[in-house]
Design a protein around this ligand. Sequence first.
Ligand code: SF4
Length: 455
Amino acid sequence: MSHSKRSNIFLLDAERTTWHDETLWFVRQKRDKAVYATPEFQELRQLASDIKDHTLSRLDFYLQQFEENARRNGVQVHWAADAHEHNQIVLGLLKRHGATRVVKSKSMLTEECHLNPYLIKHGVDVVDTDLGERIIQLRDEAPSHVVLPAIHLKKEDVGDTFHLHLGTEKGNNDPQQLTETARQHLREKFLVSEVAISGVNFAVAETGSVVVCTNEGNADLGVNLAKVHIACMGMEKLIPRLSDLSVFTRILTRSATGQPITTYTSHFSKPAEGKEMHVVIVDNGRTKQLGRPDFRNSLKCIRCGACMNTCPVYRRSGGHSYDFTIPGPIGAILSPNIDMRKHASLPFASTLCGSCTDVCPVKIDIHTQLYKWRQVLGQEGEIPASKKWSMRLLSRVLSKPAVYGLGGKVARQGLRFLPHGLTHGKGYNPWAIARELPEPPKQSFREWYAQQAVK
Ligand code: SF4
């Protein structure tokens, strides 16, 4: 189903759409306040972009350096070419430890690899421990935002979910009581889990350590209580030196939620006494994207979500309409790389206003890449037949001034008399669903211009 069709489903609930739009705009405003209060923010942005550019240009070197240093620290490093291999590696590690209970924290990569359904199919009780992630896991939904996975839900939805799954009182929508219920519920899961899986915000090549940023402290709790820690990372998460880290921690949360820094910035360098630590490094299409000069910049993304919060299309269509782990403008660049046919409509889900590019803390040229994807998709024949043929027809009309002039004349007359139902038929003219045409002018621009010249 195309993005616009999925958006229509979200737009059916006008109240929710307005609320979604306003809430994310509020987050965007918080980001602005935090950014304006940091005079060196633009310099940090440039520095972050340069560090990422450099790292991507020598990714093979830094990956090897990371692996060597991690192994020296006693960490076991695994390589996965794709999502399936990643899932197999994780399951293999669980089986080796006879583990059937797992807690998980902060990992969009495991969402991308569909790890949860894979583990559940193999008899593993896997529990997401971020509050937002747990809410949507209970509802059997995907995250709709990279930082605020349950942003599409209201407290009433959460109350209903907790009543159904965690036995809270029907109609209890009190955020404090619901949070306390989640805390108690998750604590039970933390205490019995044999393995903790975490994501990785940054992997430092120089030290072989990984850094996880959370506001709830759940990654720390999970890792410290379980015997085995499995950190799953995309290969683009690398930064060269520990001294580079502060650049990213300063821009990440300011861009995401307007906070100066996350509550917990946890460094995991080696396994604790008697425990094991594993890092799974995943490609899953990243090498392919690295090899596309027009799109490699997208691998600089630090998943702050700022481009989503500012995007007028994302705010009004919801994250699920993108049908991809990473929604919004950056998701629309990353997704066709993985499956061009399935995600062909996403680069068109943009006004190309450039607001995403303006807020991106690592200076990804998001709207330019969206525009480039449209050209690639056109050349690959991955656009709907109606768009393809109408564009071909338009190109012929525009290339012949006489035909263009005649077409304009016919349209100016015809639009005065044609019934509204015919010009605005929703079935064949989606443009007109939310728009009215202006009164047709009496003369063409050329006629008007010629008149002015005579005067
Ligand atoms: S593309 Fe830029 S703004 Fe969007 S999530 Fe990534 S880093 Fe943040």
